[in-house]
Unconditional design. Structure first.
Length: 300
């Protein structure tokens, strides 16, 4: 384990070798009791004032979250925030851009831990394990809105990781970018499923939940634009990233208009005090609205 950590964080401009990552990932399953020692070794390397070493530690930590014993690793991270403390790193003329990358990457990983602490669930890891989509079936009463909002926070943090990859010594940043793109694609899909689930119930929600849902959808539409931009930048580097990046379509603005109109109609009905509650009519409106959603290319 010590050898794998040392070799994976050696001072060169190459990312950690896959064989060393695989060794650490395998150990997290074979002997979970070693995770604390493993993370302690990584934290010691994190204290070094070398952007190369620190960046590699973050990549290893990210790999353990994604591919390792996720529950044990995330539980450790929740209890030991110092495992992501990169504040000791000081900017040097030779690595100013890379250190900026490290700061936003650290912030994303820390947010990932915060969301796990809140939800006790890692959607990226679960999706990579091919488990059924949780947000497809989660009800509003059981926390659908809360969980979508939490994941939107995670998405917002990830979208700030806009690395400058034009430098010659960018192999480490490229490796981290691949991890980020893979996380982004999963998070987008998960949130998309949650939003579709939310919209299917929008016309039968309480006014409070409908307002919260409208805010979620508006935020989702804005984030889709950012995601498209992020992926377009990455698409120019598909050969370097060694991955194929799919095209994601922008959410239709007509959905926002329809949701706002429903809220306005509901408020008018309350103010007039003459409207009689008609859940069958709301359900009919919702069914017509979802028919439009199901056949819109954005949701396929």
């Amino acid at each position: 384990m010590e050898i794998a950590v040392r070799k994976a964080t050696r001072l060169d401009y190459q990312p950690p070798k896959q064989k060393h990552l695989s060794t650490l990932v395998a150990l997290s399953f074979q002997n979970p009791a070693l995770i604390a020692d493993m993370m302690d070794l990584l934290e010691r390397r994190l204290r070094e004032n070398s952007w190369i070493t620190v960046f590699k530690v973050l990549i290893i930590t990210h790999a353990l979250m994604r591919d390792g014993n996720n529950e044990r690793v995330m539980d450790y991270m929740c209890k030991h925030p110092s495992a992501l403390d990169t504040s000791r790193l000081r900017e040097k003329s030779s690595g100013v851009i890379q250190i900026q990358h490290i700061y936003v990457y650290t912030a994303y990983l820390a947010q990932k831990v915060n969301i796990y602490r809140e939800l006790r669930y890692d959607y990226v890891q679960e999706a990579r394990s091919n488990k059924p989509g949780r947000l497809k079936q989660l009800s509003v009463a059981n926390g659908l809105l809360r969980e979508i909002v939490a994941l939107q926070k995670q998405l917002a943090s990830l979208l700030k990781c806009k690395f400058h990859l034009e430098d010659a010594d960018n192999n480490i940043s490229l490796y981290a970018t691949r991890f980020l793109v893979e996380d982004l694609l999963v998070l987008f899909q998960v949130v998309n499923e949650g939003v579709v689930n939310l919209l299917e119930h929008y016309f039968t929600m309480s006014k409070v939940d409908a307002k919260a849902s409208l805010d979620i959808y508006k935020r989702f539409s804005r984030q889709v634009e950012e995601i498209v931009e992020f992926l377009n930048r990455a698409r120019h580097l598909e050969s370097e990233l060694q991955m194929s990046i799919p095209v994601i379509q922008h959410a239709p603005l007509s959905l926002v208009t329809a949701l706002e109109e429903h809220l306005r109609d509901s408020e008018k009905a309350i103010v007039s005090t003459v409207a009689i509650a008609n859940p069958q009519e709301d359900q009919k409106k919702g069914e017509c609205f979802i028919y439009i959603l199901l056949f819109h290319p954005f949701f396929h």
